[in-house]
Design a protein around this ligand. Sequence first.
Ligand code: C2E
Ligand code: MG
Ligand code: MG
Length: 262
Amino acid sequence: MKFLDKKQIEEDFRKGMQNKEFQVYLQPKFDTKTEKIVGAEALIRRNKQGTFLLPQAFVPSYEKTGVITKLDVWVFDQVCKTLKRWIQKKYKLLPISVNESRRHLYHKKHVQELERIINYYHIPAQFIELEMTESAVVNNIEVAKEAERKVHQIGFVVSMDDFGTGYSSFHMLRQIEIDVLKIDKKFSDQVLEDETGKIILESIIQMAKRLHIRTVAEGIETKEQVAYLKQIGCDWIQGYYFARPMPIPQFEEIYLKPKKEE
Ligand code: C2E
Ligand code: MG
Ligand code: MG
């Protein structure tokens, strides 16, 4: 999307919604030891007149203009609707994480809106995890603390996405109470060849254990990485090795529907 101004981007979003171009995909997360499914992350996709778009094609411009708040509320609503359906169909209830843009988590109104939606669908808040990026926290620690207290009060799980990509990750850990650390793909990428990378990753996992924070390794693509993460005690794994993000009906088909007896 080149050189569009705020009005055009808002219009583009409105049209996309009107034409039902947005779709929430789910990528499963697995327990490292048992390799059983334990949760999922909601990731936005768009099918714009036959062209399949990943978030990188539209999320940055939505963030710049603030349109992202509307999109994230919509994603949150879709996720609650999905959990509601799982409850009604008596499927196994898995927690789902949603990405929260740094733009809006600190707006009291936004958090109130999320609370209103879970109450509307009667979803227990602990089945929803809010993923924030550390940059969002680092930029304004006081406001971030306040937001974290409020979302914890409601009962949401709080996770730090892309851990290790910012410059004040450790300072942030002292300031904000978080439940989950999502370790960025770049830590797991070269870890098998690189002794320094191994030492850092193992130390992050040890530290998280002592702080009672769950670790989730993102972007895991090989069996060697899985074996290594098992060995060093990383709790959960999310990555192409197990499964790519997929449309919700496909996710339900593979992971939730009771299998018919042969
Ligand atoms: P993220 O939250 O860190 O999400 C993980 C990204 O890694 C996803 O990219 C996922 O498809 C990708 N991934 C997972 N496993 C693997 C793997 O094994 N290998 C590789 N190469 N990639 C893997 P995706 O879906 O393109 O999303 C990119 C980013 O866009 C997300 O990063 C998140 O920051 C943002 N995003 C996605 N959906 C939303 C949304 O609904 N709202 C907001 N505000 N941001 C979103
Ligand atoms: Mg994420
Ligand atoms: Mg991430």
